[in-house]
Design a protein around this ligand. Sequence first.
Ligand code: TXA
Ligand code: MG
Length: 317
Amino acid sequence: MNTVIGSDIHLAASFLREGKLIGMPTETVYGLAGNALLESAVLNIFKTKERPEFDPLIVHVKSIDEVSKYATSVPEEIYKLIERFWPGPLTILLPKNELIPDIVTSGLDSVALRMPAHPMALQLLQQLDFPLAAPSANPFGYISPTTARHVFDQLQGKLPYILDGGQCSVGVESTIFGMEEGRAIIYRVGGLPVDAIESVIGKVEIQSNISSNPRAPGMLKSHYAPTKPMYFDEPEVIRKLKLSGKGALICFNRMETDIPYTQFPLSSNGNLEEAARNLFATLRLLDKSDFDFICAIPFPETGLGKAINDRLRRAGG
Ligand code: TXA
Ligand code: MG
C-alpha cells in the first residue's frame, strides 16, 4: 500500500468511511485512527500496531454531547472536568453501552473517551458520523510519534493516508482519569497536569506507576522505549554507571555537570511545556544517532514534569 502524507481532511474522512485507517494529528501525539464502531477497523488497528488485544483503545469524540451517546452514566466530577478541559489532553473512563464494540475496550465495561484539541482532528471528527478509536501511531512499546514524518517512518505501507497537522503542541499523551467507588483516580499522568485536575475537583489519587494495574493494562513498566540501552536515574547514579562508548544525556536545561556525555537539554530556558513538546522527538533522534546509549536525569516533579519523568522512567524500562 502506498502511504501519502497530506493535509486533505475530506480525503482522510473518506478513507475512514471506507473502514480504512489513517494517521491523525492530535495536540498530544499522533494517533492511528479508525471507525470505533466498526469491528474490522478496530481489529486492523491492533494488527497494524502489533498491539496485544488486552490493551484497550481510546475513543475520540467531537463534542461533550457525544459522551452520553456511548456512556451509561457520568459522575458529577467527570462532567466538571470535561466542561473545563475539553477539548484537551484529558481522557475519561466511563461505563460503556452496547454501541462500543467489546474489542475496543478489550472486554472491559468502561470506555476511554477523549475530545482532542487539535483543529484538524476536530474538523475531521465533525465530518464523520462515528467516533474514532486511536492509539498512538507507533509500533507497540516504542516511542510515540509527534510529527507526521514519525508516523510515516514506522507505519508506511500499512495505511493509505497520514493527515499532517504539524508538530504536536503538547507532546506527551493525554492524562487518563476515572472514578472508582467515589474515588478520583489518575491512571496515566499526561498532558493535563495533576494540579489542573485538583483545582476543579480536589485531591486525586495517582495509580499510574503500578505496572500491573488491571484498569489500564497498557500502562506497562517498559514502554515508550528506544531500541538503544536507556538509563533514567539521579545524576549521582548516572555518573557512577560504568558504561563504555558514546553517551547522550537528556536533561531539562543546560547544566554544569561532570557527567561525561553529550547534553541534550529539552528546554534551554527551563520551560516544562517546551520540554514535553521536545521529549519524544529527541528520544527518536538519539535512537537513530550513533550514540551507544541514552541517559536521562529527573525533571522537576511539577506540572508536565510528572508526565516527562513517567515517560523517561518507562523508556528506561
Ligand atoms: O493522547 C493520547 O491519549 C493519544 C492520542 C492519540 O489521543 N492516545 C494514546 O493511546 O495515547 P494509547 O492507546 O497509546 O494509550 C491509551 C491508554 C492505554 O494505556 C490503555 O490501556 C488505556 O489508555 N485505556 C484505554 N481504554 C481503557 C479502558 N477502558 N480502561 C482502562 N484503560 C484504558
Ligand atoms: Mg501509546
